[in-house]
Ligand binder design. Structure first.
Ligand code: NAP
Length: 244
């Protein structure tokens, strides 16, 4: 897999962006690794900036700004149009509405479930089908430690993340049959734009997006006869329970 096609969602910010930067950095080493990248998120300016970085490093890149909730497979179709295949999917796009359980509205729940669950299902189904035709591939989906542990202010978020874990575990049953590797990435608190402004004493306890990206990109290089099924990665001093 010298020149894999890597499709990255949520590529513009946070963990997705850190994955793209890690891939670009590694392509500049003498490992012979030259990924071809297809990047998507909602903000065109973020994608343009990353595409310029990639091209500057000699990396072939395509971008498409799209809202996953409104058009779950549009960007992936763009990837297939440009490169004709996908070897690795890093699915990082996700949202959270963090409020007291008693204050969450129907709209909050619908918004969260639409992006994190329904649209993600449709996207990953399309990616999986393509990998099945290709007889292999790797999907890494960033769920969360909140896919298996309750957090304050996170009823809708946890609900969507538990659902993601359920889907990932079922997909893995198919993956064994089809030789498709499915990695659930479960980070604890990562200092990204998703958190908004956080006090310095909290950000000092959190992981950097690049910490999670490093583990994810390392996982691409495992021997083809093996699969990593989960990457759980936490801040050294454990979970941060509350956003307050
Ligand atoms: N940060 C944490 O502590 C943490 C911990 C565990 C798991 N996670 C999970 O990790 C993933 C990435 O989180 P992050 O912290 O990197 O978030 P982030 O900093 O908010 O970045 C999210 C990225 O996803 C994109 N995105 C969001 N909604 C989208 C939509 N409907 N359509 C297309 N793109 C969309 C955003 O695009 P635009 O900016 O252009 O809108 C942005 O590029 C999420 O699934 C999150 O739940 C995060």
């Amino acid at each position: 897999m010298i020149s894999p096609v890597i499709f990255v969602t949520g590529a513009g910010k946070g963990i997705g962006e850190a994955c793209v930067k890690d891939l670009i950095r590694r392509s500049g080493t003498n490992l012979g690794f030259k990924p071809r990248l297809y990047l998507t998120s909602r903000t065109q300016a973020d994608l343009n900036r990353l595409a310029a970085d990639a091209r500057g490093a000699g990396v072939d890149v395509g971008v498409l700004a799209a809202d996953l909730g409104d058009a779950p497979t549009r960007a992936f179709e763009g990837c297939l149009k440009q490169f004709g295949r996908v070897d690795v999917c890093l699915h990082s796009a996700g949202v959270g509405v963090f409020k007291n359980f008693l204050e969450l509205t129907r709209e909050d729940v619908a918004f969260t479930m639409k992006t994190n669950v329904e649209a993600s299902f449709l996207l990953l189904q399309a990616v999986y089908k393509q990998m099945r035709v290709q007889k292999g591939g790797m999907i890494q989906w960033i769920t969360s430690v909140a896919a298996e542990k309750p957090f304050d202010q996170s009823a809708a978020y946890c609900m969507s993340k538990y659902a993601q874990q359920g889907l990932m575990e079922v997909m893995r049953l198919y993956g064994y049959q089809d030789g498709i590797r499915l990695i659930e990435v479960k980070p604890g608190a990562v200092h990204t734009p998703m958190w908004g402004d956080v006090p310095p004493e909290m950000s000092a306890r959190m992981m950097a997006a690049s910490d999670v990206a490093q583990a994810m990109i390392d996982a691409i290089f495992i021997p083809s006869r093996t699969t990593i099924e989960e990457i759980t990665i936490r801040p050294l001093h454990g979970d941060i329970q509350s956003m307050d």
